[in-house]
Design a protein around this ligand. Structure first.
Ligand code: JFZ
Length: 419
């Protein structure tokens, strides 16, 4: 059992055999992905009939207890004509994100793909009539990004037998198993059949799903696309990798494969008055922090009902991409480094190299590194194209790297130690 305050929620963990599974290697190396929460909830954008509805934007249907018959009407207005798959994928690419996870169906039940199982989807129910997942699939292929789908397997507030809607339906009367067998599974099959190779399926909020039901979903995914991964929120501790609680970064290195899903502001789905954006410094340091503890950072954008990614999100993603352009070697393909638990630095590693990420550069330029059990043969700044060697001297408890008095990067100056 995981303790209640574990960064990984009960049931969202990694099944033990997956830890050594080479199918995860691309994902272990990727480190940074783009999460996209996009759906009908982008229209009300946090406001219903003149009232501001507190909480995350994509939960508005539940929070305001909007009847299915009313919420459904939003589909008739959904016409995101400014949507451009090429642009979205370019933004991910420029940000240095290696995979993209988009909501194919969130808890509100609206399908953002063309599904034969319902007319409540973007192609059949909206004036837009296009399948954005098809367009994203083609663009991701073209630009070399792994396409992945979020799918809400338990909660579905529109389907009479899905979990969560107790204002239109009676929870106790629901045939949840029938919903899973006759709706969820055929839809998962569509997602894994009609869009080419899918990197992973991101299930969410397992709630009432039984172990047998979770297992049958994992098996179904692997049966259709053996290489496709399943995240921990499929429930019952059998995912290919663990999901941390939202926006929670574990305080220590974890000996499992894990991912932190996170927001740049506070909401996942677009909300017009959520303007409290994290700074580029914060986001870059979070990425490095997560990487140094063996995790991945799945960072969310919530596009508008017109189909655009909010500019403040784009600005921050591009700033991250700029830092990664110069320092990506110290992130992609790395594993947690030997020094853990220090406030001023983080470490990542690749064979023959330790990357020392310095968040707080000492004013005398002397970096005191203790606790290494490998011999350091040299040191240079990663962002220095000439790789000019920095003097390394030994001290009582380790080594001292003699760097410039001022750190070259206010966010994170990376020193490469060759070992
Ligand atoms: C879930 C969703 O309900 C939410 O709308 C969003 O999609 C987010 C990524 O995932 O919310 C959660 C799920 C799990 C935790 C917190 C919020 N958790 O384990 O702490």
């Amino acid at each position: 059992m995981l303790p209640d305050d574990s960064p990984i929620r009960q049931g969202s963990g990694q099944r033990a055999e997956a830890r050594q599974d080479p199918r995860l290697d691309w994902w272990r190396d990727a480190k940074f992905g783009m999460f996209i929460h996009w759906g009908l909830y982008a229209i009300p954008a946090g406001e219903w009939k003149g009232d501001k509805i507190p909480g995350i934007g994509e939960w508005i249907m539940l929070r305001a207890r909007i009847p299915v018959a009313e919420y459904e009407q939003l589909a008739k207005q959904f016409n995101p004509v400014r949507f451009s798959a090429a642009q979205w994928v370019s933004i991910a690419k420029l940000a240095g994100q290696k995979y993209l996870v988009i909501t194919s169906k969130h808890h509100d039940g609206f399908c953002m793909f063309n599904s034969k199982l319902t007319d409540y989807d973007i192609v059949d129910a909206t004036p837009f009539r296009r399948d954005p997942l098809k367009e994203l699939a083609a663009e991701c292929q073209k630009q070399g990004i792994r396409l992945c789908f979020y799918y809400s397997q338990t909660q579905d507030w529109h389907h009479p037998n899905g979990d969560g809607n107790d204002w239109d339906y009676v929870e106790e009367a629901k045939d949840f198993d029938g919903y899973l067998e006759n709706y969820v599974k055929p839809q998962v099959r569509e997602l894994l059949t009609n869009y080419g190779p899918i990197g992973l399926i991101w299930f969410d909020t397992p709630k009432r799903i039984s172990e047998e039901q979770s297992r049958s979903l994992v098996d179904l995914v692997h049966q259709i696309q053996p290489a496709c991964l399943v995240n921990g929120r499929v429930g019952n501790h059998i995912g290919d990798y663990a999901s941390s609680r939202d926006n929670v970064i574990p305080s220590d290195l974890l000996q499992i494969d894990w991912e932190t899903p996170a927001t740049i502001n506070h909401t996942w789905g677009f909300k017009k008055d959520d303007e409290d954006w994290k700074t580029p410094t914060d986001l870059i340091q979070k990425l490095v922090d997560i990487t140094s503890k063996g995790g991945n950072y799945l960072l969310n954008v919530g596009p508008t009902a017109e189909g655009t990614i909010p500019q403040p999100s784009i600005d921050r993603l591009l700033a991250m991409g700029k830092w990664l352009d110069a320092n990506g070697d110290s992130v992609y393909g790395t594993r947690p480094g030997p020094i853990q638990g220090e406030e001023w630095c983080r470490t990542t590693t690749k064979p023959g190299k330790i990357y020392l990420h310095v968040f707080d550069w000492p004013t005398n330029g002397q970096l005191r590194v203790a606790g290494l059990n490998q011999k350091v043969t040299g040191a240079y700044l990663l962002a220095d194209p000439k790789k000019s060697q920095l003097a390394v001297t030994s001290s009582a408890d380790g080594i001292v790297v003699n760097g410039p008095a001022k750190g070259p990067d206010a966010i994170d100056s990376v020193v490469v130690l060759t070992v």
